[in-house]
Design a binder for this molecule. Sequence first.
Ligand code: 4AD
Length: 479
Amino acid sequence: RASRCSSSISSFPRTISSLLHTPLSDEKASETVTITGWVRSVRRMKNVSFAHVSDGSTIHPLQAVLTKEQSENLSMGASVKITGEWKESVRGKGQQSRELLAEKVEVFGEADPLTYPLQKKYQTPEFLRTLLHLRSRIPANTNLLHLRSGLISTLTAFFAENSFIQCHTPVITSSDCEGGGEVFTITRPKDFFKTPKYLTVSGQLHLETLVAAVPRVWALGPTFRADKSDTARHLSEFYMLEVEIAFIDTLDPLIALIEDMVKTLIRSISTSRLGRETLSAAGGGDKAKELEERWRGLLERSWSRITYTEAISRLGSAVEQGDVQFVSPPVWGAALQAEHERFLAQTVFNGPVFVTDYPKGLKPFYMLPSVSTPPAPEGGETVACFDLLVPTVGELVGGSLREHRYDELLAEMRRQGITVRDEDEEAESLRWYLELRKWGSVKHGGFGLGFDRLVCYLAGVENIREAVAFPRWYGRCDC
Ligand code: 4AD
């Protein structure tokens, strides 16, 4: 017989966040509460000790006042349960106007101060990356967990309000969506799937099948790239937010949706406690001001848009005028390098810019030729696509209209050597993808946004390895 659960969520100990952010009913009032958490610091005076305790519900710790005996086994990192009187601080002036006068202190797990690697002093991000199992206890990292979760809640509401449904795409796939050859191949257990399978590089192709049934879909899931870029914006495993919309024939609705979506996220954080804590976690002072300024700037202006061809000519003019020097000269037909993207977003536009209509030769097989006729050198074919570039992070979003015509798609797949046998289908072929164009094909398009890059941008975090709790990058997968 199934047994009934005897407790409910309402019987959980109060969170420190709820205590710190709910005023007492009047100045003299106090209440008996129980909290659980981890000791962030202990200060021992002659007769009394002060412990800062954190439970991860907020980046701010709660101050508990203990007797000398009660604090005996307490040290930084120890896990505790404290019951006591939550009341106005008699000591006044301190950081907190209220404190917990401990009556009962229970230590669950001690932490030996001689071996506990997290210290109260500043520890570099590089060092903390060697402690992935512990670093989420650091306030800035705790805040990033809250920020990610808060952003996802807002995204979920945003998409529901706009009639999108959330879908799940597979992690194990048969093809390399982007054709970049940066796939991780699954090789074990031997012959399990008969033919090679891969960790997905993008859920796009599967979302395209779903958008042929439900015209507005979105997904957020892990994607994988065996990309050897050892930079502050590349991970081997990252979260991608993907959107696909049917019955559209220009890039405009995609571009408008992205701007609206990111602005909605910023509005939701900048007016909430999550935003205030994110500013404190950014380091307060000038850093917080800079971040707040970034949010305001993003909200106030409408974002810029240029074609790839115009971007190349703007970059070329800047070089000619001696405003900038690049390691790779900007040339039509070549990919925009990180240095070009940075210059465009940071110096030319000083904000987000959508660069549209890249040369066909730079982009994957599934993109539709440009629908307008953007300026391009003679014979230069372009496709209906865009990248969103933002200052500091570089490329945040990549999107396009998809080739919806059977014959054109088949020709392009053949040209790029993609397996599409019509009759004798092999498991790794993309026949299913092509077949979508056979029955009830519609014009459609979508995009993928690097969620971890967005977190960096909105939190003012410089390295993407801090934006995820367990980063994997070239050569490193530690915890
Ligand atoms: O531009 P990408 O490669 O686009 C696609 O994969 C499309 N199939 C998406 C779609 O249309 N549904 O990747 C999309 C975004 C990039 O703009 C970037 O922000 C992020 O994913 N990204 C990475 N983020 C972290 N580490 C990496 N190695 C990344 N590679 C791409």
